[in-house]
Design a protein around this ligand. Sequence first.
Ligand code: NAD
Length: 499
Amino acid sequence: MKQFRNFVAGEWVAPAGGEYFENRNPADMSDVVGQFPLSGAADVERAVESAWRGFELWRRTPAPARGDVMRRIGDLMVKRKEEIADQMTREMGKPLTETRGDVQEGIDTAYYAAGEGRRLFGHTVPSEMRNKWAMSYRRPIGVCGIITPFNFPMAIPTWKMFPALLCGNACIFKPAEDVPVTGHMLVEIMLEAGLPPEVIQLVHGVGESVGAAIVNHPRIPVISFTGSTETGRIVGEICGRMHKRLSLEMGGKNAMLVFDDADPELAIEGVLWGAFGTTGQRCTATSRLIVQDGIHDELVSRLIDRARALKLGDGRKKGTDVGPLINQNALEKVERYIDIGQGEGADLMCGGQRPTAPGTEKGFFFEPTIFARVRAGMRLEQEEIFGPVLSVIRFQTVDEAFAINNDVRYGLSSSVYTRDVNVAMRAIVELDNGITYINAPTIGAEAHLPFGGVKQTGNGHREGGWEVYEFYSETKVGYLDFSGALQRAQIDNYLGTPD
Ligand code: NAD
C-alpha cells in the first residue's frame, strides 16, 4: 500500500510522530487508497519556521513572475486533469464528470491568478497638497493557514492558495482527511511548476490536531477556512482572540423557488442536479424546493419519478449519476434526519434508505430522498443535512416564498425559476444570499466572480474573482512629498482653493 508524506521545509517527510491514517474509497471500503501522515503540532511548528523563510524569498519575487508560476500550474493541471479526476473520484466518490469539473475550476483559478500578477492594482490619487503624490499598493501579509473541506478537494484549495500565493504569501495547507490524495497531487504540481519549495507546506492530518495547531499558532496571521458552521465557530473564536485575519466559508440551506409560470422541465433538471449532484454534499446544494401552489403537484410527481431513476454507484463507472456519501458519519447523519423529518410529520415520497442494488453494499450509498408537505420552521427545513435529501414546501405568494427563503440562519445561494422579469429582479435584490441564480440551479459558481454567503454562511469575505485578492493582501499607502518644504496635513493651511 502506498504511504504518502508531508511536504515540509522543502522536502517530502514522514510525520514527526511516525503515525499514519488510511484513506479509503467511500464507494468501496475494501479499496485502500493509501496511508497518510497523522501529523501533529510538531509538524506544524516545522512548517511555520520554513514557511517564513519561503515568504522572505517569495514576497520579493515580482508579482508578474509569481503569475507566471500560476500559469505553469494551470498548464500542468490541464495535462494531469484526467488522472487527478480519477483519483479524486476514488477517494471522494462523486462521478468523474463532476471531479473533472472540480479540476477545471482549479485550472480557471490558476489562469485568473496568472493574469492578476500583472494587475494587483493600487490607486494613485491626488494629494491635498502641491508637489505631493499619494498612492496605495497591495503587499503580502505573511504565512497563511489553509484549511479545506472534503467536497471540492481541488477547487477549494486552489480558490484559497492561488490568490494567497499570487499576492506573495506562503501557505501551510491542511487538506480534509477524507481527500488527501488530491491535496498531494496539487502540491506536486505546484512544485513542478517552479514554486520555491519553502513557499508551500503540506501537513496532512485531522482537524482537531493539525487544523487546531494551525489555527492556534501565533506565527500564522492569516487563516482561510471552509467547512461546517460548527467548526467555523471554533476557528472564529480562536482567531478573534488572537487578532488573526480570517476568512470563513461555511454551511448552507439553499432553496430553489419555482413559480407557476416556470418551465417545469427546466426546473426539474435544475433541482435534480442541485439536490442530488455530489450526493447533496455541496455547500450550494438545493436542499429546499419552494414551489407555488399551481405547479406544485405536477412538478413534485414528475420529480419523484426522475429521482427514482437516478443511478447510484461507483463514480468511476459509466452511467453513474450519484456516488456515495463521504463516510459513515455522513451516512448516519442523513439517516437521523430521515427520522427527524418523519417525526415532524413531513411525507417521505421517495428514498429514505440505503439502496439494495448490487455494487452499493460496500460503500456509503443513500437513495435520493424527497420529503413533501414540509413546513417552514421544521428542523428538516432549517438545518444543513449535507446529503441527498430534498424538502418540498408549498407557497402561494411571492412575498411568502421570499420570506421562506430568507428565514434560515444560512445565506449562501438561491435560485428562482420564473419567466416574469419583475419577480426575477426582485429576487436578486431581496433574497438574503450571497448568490442568486435565475432559471438555473443553486450551484454553478464561476471562478472569476466573488463567491460566498451572508449570515452564518460566512464572515463577510469572498473567494474567487477580484475580491479575494484583498483578503490575502494588506493595503499600504505611500505619500511622496517633492515640495522641499514641510507641508502639514490636517492643519488649517488647505491649499485647495485656487490662488
Ligand atoms: P468540517 O468542518 O468537518 O471540516 C472542514 C475542515 O476543517 C477539515 O479539513 C477538518 O479537518 C478541519 N477541522 C475540523 N475540526 C477542526 C478544528 N477544531 N480546528 C481546525 N480545523 C478543523 O467540514 P466538512 O465536513 O469537511 O465539509 C462540509 C461542510 O463544509 C458543510 O457544512 C459545507 O456546507 C461546508 N462547505 C462550505 C463551502 C462554502 O464555500 N461556503 C464550500 C464547501 C463546503
